[in-house]
Design a protein around this ligand. Sequence first.
Ligand SMILES: Cc1cc2nc3c(=O)[nH]c(=O)nc-3n(C[C@H](O)[C@H](O)[C@H](O)COP(=O)(O)O)c2cc1C
Length: 369
Amino acid sequence: MNGRMSMPPANPRLFSPLPLRGITLPNRIGVAPMCQYSCVDGLATAWHMVHLGSRAVGGAGLVLLEAAAVTADGRISPGDLGIWNEAQARALAPIAGFIAEQGAVPGIQLAHAGRKGSTSRPWEGKAGIPPGRGGWPVMAPSALPFADGYPLPREMSETDIAGVVDAFADAARRAVAIGMRVVELHMGHGYLMHQFLSPLANLRRDAYGGDFEGRIRAPLRVAAAVRESLPPELPLFVRLSATDWLDGGWDLAQSICLSQRLKAVGVDLVDCSSGSIQPGSQGSGEPGFQVPLASAIRRDAGIATAAVGGITDARQAEDILERGDADLILLARALLRDPYWPLRAAAELEAAAAGWPVQYQRAVTRMRG
Ligand SMILES: Cc1cc2nc3c(=O)[nH]c(=O)nc-3n(C[C@H](O)[C@H](O)[C@H](O)COP(=O)(O)O)c2cc1C
């Protein structure tokens, strides 16, 4: 059973619906993808249902599941979520169903870690795990490790690249079959697709490296293949690290050009993050520090954007939308601290649309006994 207490119409932009292709997000607040490192063999558990379900109950319009590895060797850690087989997809079906029952839209981020794979969970101390001690061989555009203590990747062949393209497309098909309604491709944070984009990680001299056209070739092939595998009514997002924050690295100008190309192959929204191609390349982390990236991409590439990073306050989120800097607000840590952030934001902005679940009615209306 589910439902929302009915209320008069809302007007803050944060609580206005966002139509994307054939679906509509009920508001502009999304749960940013957040790895929980809590799977065995890539299978979601009760933790995922409770964690994600709580955020759907809390009123987020979009619940994006954490980075789900499209191949076993594409995991960051042994605890990562996977979607490279049918059993993993089946484990996600009830979660997608529950999120949708709460009136939110379920989505999933698809990822491949490349050279940042085969590492321990963050709370176990981030370090490479050698094959033989639970780790696995990793691959990347070039044979350059992320940092000392990380695995040395093997340089990918064209066959490896074709395999990754197919793995993303297959994973997207599985995700849609079990009820996911938004697919996001992880092309940021120093993971495999970002490793192709950034001249700091991609030293190839073949068709998949060198100039801008070469470095975007593999990510564009992935986006095009995933688009083809999705029904036309479902939106496709791409998360970019819109800048490496480093001289000689990937930058905003290239992100704008790439976003235009992604739009041309049917990507609907660019989720604008930054950094992490190398240790310490993370930007200031100040409130809203990545919003100017979302704003520039939205304006100059003519594509919808999501703003993320250091957004904690309802008024701040509303201002980002009112200024036209982004179409969607994604929250990570604020929603870990408070799954009911959207319902509190609705009260603060005097929005009416996001009602509390009917089951919780007695907590928000005056009542006896
Ligand atoms: C626990 C945790 C796990 C995360 N896992 C992912 C992930 O799976 N994929 C991703 O793109 N970003 C991931 N991120 C980054 C967030 O999606 C977000 O971009 C970042 O935390 C900044 O937003 P915030 O200031 O609202 O926390 C993670 C962040 C946290 C806190």
